[in-house]
Design a protein around this ligand. Sequence first.
Ligand SMILES: *Cc1c(COP(=O)(O)O)cnc(C)c1O
Length: 422
Amino acid sequence: MNIETKCLHAGYSPKNTEPRVVPIVQSTTYVYDSTDDVAAVFDDPTKSLIYSRFENPTVMAVEEKIAALEGGIGAMCTSSGQAASLCSLLNILQSGDSFISTTTIYGGTVNLFAVTLKKLGIECIFVDPDAPEDEIRAAFKPNTKAVFGETLANPALSVLDIEKFAKIAHENDVPLIIDNTFPTPILCRPIEHGADIVIHSTSKYMDGHAVQVGGVIVDAGTFNWANGKFPEFTEPDESYHGIVYTETYGKAAYIIKARMQLMRDFGCYPSAQSAFYLNLGLETLHIRMKQYCENAKIVSEFLEAHDKVESVNYPGLKSNKYNALAEKYLPLGSSGVISFVIKGGRNNAIKFMDSLKLASNEVHVADIRTCVLHPASATHRQLTDEQLVACGINGGMIRFSVGLENVEDILEDLRNAFDAID
Ligand SMILES: *Cc1c(COP(=O)(O)O)cnc(C)c1O
């Protein structure tokens, strides 16, 4: 199946007289014929369903679809993107370990990595994604167990050289984890470029309609967990009557361990209803992503040509620092989020945004409807103007998430708002 067909059909193929649409299995539990049947499931939980804290048929249909879209061997949905980032790492790391992350990642992920994981005894070593290879190699320590980066960073909009990071991670016998939220598998499939684990906040384009917070972890099935660095995979799991994940589950060791150990213990699994909504979004993902890219390209070019705009950041623009990487990793388009700096700083930015009528003020991106955010007064509100400059955010910066309206209406809204400022 081509990817467009997978969006519609992967993960669920009804048999004679079964429902055409993935049914919502709103049940916490599953029944068995005998006590022996129950015992067998506890011996090997992958054989049947146990409990909806970590598996449910509706959610599993969506997991199979997303695994197919990314080209992985398995996937596990989580109740949010944050839970996906957390579990993707805790499945590998424990107290006393470290991992490397690029600096250009989502703000919520920065908090998780730099503050909360630190409290758990896990160190995040931050590296500049554009640093020379040797500088990145030098950041590794003997206890470094993973490398993490974002394909198209939110909100920096930098494009990661995935192959460079995969090569360096693999030289050090550790996996590369990629947050692929902004491109979705329609625009980029990191596994094809060497990533071992791919995660998403499905709350963004995958759901698309801004109705359901969620996340997912996808396993490429390619990493060798038995290379000596990951005893949790090769030694008996005390909490599962001595199962050895690499021996029992081979290529699927990572994703099965994530479910059997982490999801069992943390329980951050989505409900069947949530997965049903996510599936509706996925069914049109291929159509929507192409239109987001088309609209964003037109809007970014309009902004770049406007005399009240100081600068525009969109990797799809020829003038952009990341355009060459965007052409390599995002050949169909650079997704729908643009940031730009308006002349006249903070005051003009606020006046401009309050003059927009179609685009709504939202603390969200990747909505089906056009939405805007002023980072200096929202996500980065606590910072002074000087601190804002230090972290690359200008008081006049606006994050513009292009929606699927007719692009002429989006441009008209922008023109009117520009007319309202000096
Ligand atoms: C939003 C986002 C997250 C966090 O996801 P939630 O679903 O909000 O928990 C993680 N990574 C990226 C790139 C995001 O944009």
